[in-house]
Design a protein around this ligand. Structure first.
Ligand SMILES: Cc1cc2nc3c(=O)[nH]c(=O)nc-3n(C[C@H](O)[C@H](O)[C@H](O)COP(=O)(O)O)c2cc1C
Length: 331
């Protein structure tokens, strides 16, 4: 049965790392305790001591394995060292090339390496580097989007590329319920990675206003409006909020750097100002004009009807997929 676990976990369901701090210890532990793969998000700056605390806090909430995600576009050497020293189960990597050296060091520490890629060539490079699984991100995905193609075409190509090497493929983008899960299995994936669905859970660190928008709104847009100065050339998928619709055609030379301050927040213990068009989603500590802040979401957001405990998201996916396979596809 395709819905069984991967990488030594009970299930092949992955909770995506949600930047900058939305997938904190509470969410990751809840996911891990339910048998799926929960992934913390390391800060975008070097702060190994803080990261160690985050990992240890998660370990205090679960005795199950979990992972840490690192965005390679930002300073990360010290953070990476900390992840390997703490011997978490999975190192997830994004937005940068996965090298053989990183994979070697991780394997020496007993840590599995799972990059998220967005095209066939990047999958080839990752497979050649010796990774343990590959997350294939489709253009449907929420947050920053490296995927340029729809999952339905890209997943089977990557599966054909890596299946003979025994590397499981995990599909990410627009998957919210058991129908998306089973569809991904039909494409040859062995797992699914969900971001937006886990964002809309009780344990996620997203601001309640952001969570209610995920339930109320159904439409998203692929854009490069937010965070252009801090993270250039990093397109993203966002909710089509009234603020977004008003400003979506902002001239390309404008960015957040010279804009008014619209709010304040604390990210991984650091106090920050939020300027208009910043790429910072509202977390639980954020104050100010929340309606004018970016709200990342994947194309599946219209399927989210309620905020659920993370464990229920996992149970519904697993039980729903089993039922769907048995009732509709088993003859
Ligand atoms: C709020 C938010 C933050 C994200 N942050 C990260 C991140 O820090 N690192 C990463 O690899 N992916 C990140 N992603 C993308 C996910 O890994 C994944 O590709 C995506 O959520 C899948 O699409 P879905 O949101 O439709 O489930 C983020 C997604 C969202 C919605």
């Amino acid at each position: 049965m395709g819905w069984k676990g991967i990488l030594g976990f009970e299930y092949g369901i992955v909770q995506a790392p949600l930047g900058p701090d939305i997938s904190g210890p509470e969410l990751v532990a809840a996911v891990a305790n339910s048998g799926a793969i929960g992934i913390l998000r390391a800060p975008d700056w070097e702060c190994p001591d803080y990261l160690r605390e985050l990992i240890r806090k998660t370990k205090s909430l679960t005795d199950k394995p979990f992972g840490v995600g690192i965005v390679l576009a930002f300073p990360h050497k010290e953070n990476l060292k900390c992840v390997l020293e703490e011997k978490v189960a999975v190192l997830q990597l994004y937005w940068g090339e996965v090298t053989k050296d990183v994979v070697f060091d991780a394997h020496q520490a007993g840590v599995k390496v799972v990059p998220q890629i967005g095209n066939f060539e990047a999958a080839k490079i990752a497979a050649d580097a010796g990774v343990d699984a590959i997350i294939v991100q489709g253009h449907e995905a929420g947050g920053h989007v490296i995927g340029q193609e729809a999952l339905i075409a890209l997943v089977p190509r990557v599966v054909d590329l890596v299946a003979s090497r025994g590397i499981p493929v995990i599909a990410a983008g627009g998957i919210v319920d058991e129908r998306g899960y089973v569809a991904a299995l039909a494409l040859g994936a062995q797992g699914v990675c969900l971001g937006t669905r886990f964002l809309a859970t009780e344990e996620s660190y997203a601001h309640p206003t952001y969570k209610s928008k995920l339930v109320e709104m159904s439409n998203t847009e692929y854009t490069n409006l937010y965070g252009r100065a801090r993270w250039p050339d990093a397109p993203h998928r966002v909710l089509k909020t009234p603020f977004h619709m008003e400003w979506k055609n902002l001239p390309s030379h404008e960015n957040e750097a010279n804009q008014p301050i619209i709010g304040r927040t604390i990210i991984h213990g650091m106090e920050k100002e939020i300027r208009r068009f910043a790429g910072t989603v509202p977390n639980k500590t954020t104050t100010g004009d929340l309606e004018s802040m970016v709200m990342y979401a994947g194309e599946g957001v219209g399927l989210i009807k309620e905020i659920l405990p993370a464990a229920q998201v996992v149970t519904r996916l697993v039980e729903g997929a089993q039922t769907l396979i048995q009732q509709q596809f088993a003859s």
